[in-house]
Write a new protein. Structure first.
Length: 318
């Protein structure tokens, strides 16, 4: 008989981000993220913090088309390696507090493809080791930032394989089954559904969600789609966005906060609907989630009917 998982606190970090020009600029963002983790773990002490989610590009920032846009060579100057000092610093913080740390949306250079960069999520364990690595699959076509596995499917799958559990990994841990998707991955249902089929219970969702993409009312696309992803897959969803940004070619509220924490019924637990720094916290109850999934009424997994839909994705062009 398994031991029940005790309730714990999860944190979503909504930081101020500086757009880095090269790796030397990353330290300012890294130091700020670490201090915000320190604050959150210390402040929300009564139910221990076991999971922290950082935003997409929280270490390096990112540029977009137009004046001030960085090219491939510029991005490679600030690309980091998974065994580099930046990830080591975050790993040490995970070890210090004995928690899981989702270092989401880093500009990573892969040894397998050293001439390009991927948008990578790393989940670091309490021992400081990488327990999950995910490469963002859906790159916003209007921005074209980084390389998606889809962009170089044959070469990517030759290196990493085609198994759904490899492309959209979920790791079983003592705090539940953790998975990740990044920003535009959440705009459509496929990535979260793949993670759901792989057993995800807590979906870490780093983003650099821009106002133009539908953050604030009246077009709160960010909110209603992410509530849907959590609801349909009966999992927690922890979405982290920038609070504000320092870059000459961006408004301060370019990615205007609105970080959120949603439960497995699609209900909002915590929300920071403003463009400013914040640390959100919520209690994660995995045993309640698992018990909820045993109910037949409004159980989205009981309602799965696959036979009629198999041909939907049979062809890559439709």
């Amino acid at each position: 008989m398994r031991n029940p998982i005790e309730k714990y606190t999860a944190l979503v970090i909504q930081p101020h981000v500086k757009v880095a020009e090269d790796r030397s600029d990353i330290s300012e963002n890294l130091d700020r993220l670490i201090r915000m983790i320190d604050f959150g773990v210390g402040y929300f002490w009564e139910v221990p913090v076991r999971l922290v989610v950082l935003p997409e590009y929280g270490l390096q920032g990112v540029t977009t088309p137009g004046k001030g846009e960085h090219g491939l060579d510029d991005f490679m100057k600030k690309a980091i390696l998974a065994d580099g000092p930046e990830v080591e610093a975050l790993a040490n913080k995970a070890k210090e507090y004995g928690l899981y740390l989702c270092a989401g949306g880093i500009i990573e250079q892969l040894p397998e493809f050293p001439d390009r960069w991927f948008n990578t999520v790393l989940i670091l364990g309490p021992d400081g080791k990488i327990v999950l690595r995910y490469h963002k699959y859906h790159i916003n076509p209007s921005l074209g930032l980084g390389t998606s596995p889809h962009d170089m499917w044959d070469a990517y799958t030759e290196a990493f394989g085609t198994d759904l559990k490899t492309l959209f990994p979920v790791v079983q841990t003592e705090i539940g089954n953790l998975g990740a998707m990044t920003c535009h991955d959440g705009a459509t249902p496929e990535v979260s559904r793949a993670l759901g089929f792989n057993g995800v219970e807590v979906l870490c969702h780093p983003t650099a969600m821009q106002e133009v993409e539908g953050v604030s009312e009246p077009w709160d696309f960010w909110m209603f789609t992410r509530r849907t992803r959590a609801h349909d897959n009966m999992c927690y969803l922890l979405g982290s966005n920038w609070g504000s940004v320092d870059y000459d070619y961006y408004p301060k509220a370019f990615c205007p906060g609105h970080s959120l924490m949603i439960d497995y019924t699609g209900m909002v637990m915590r929300y920071a609907p403003y463009p400013e720094e914040q640390v959100l916290s919520a209690t994660i109850d995995i045993e309640a989630l698992r018990e909820h999934r045993t109910h037949i009424n409004h159980n989205l997994w009981v309602d799965v009917r696959t036979e009629a839909f198999r041909n939907l994705y049979a062809q890559p062009i439709f």
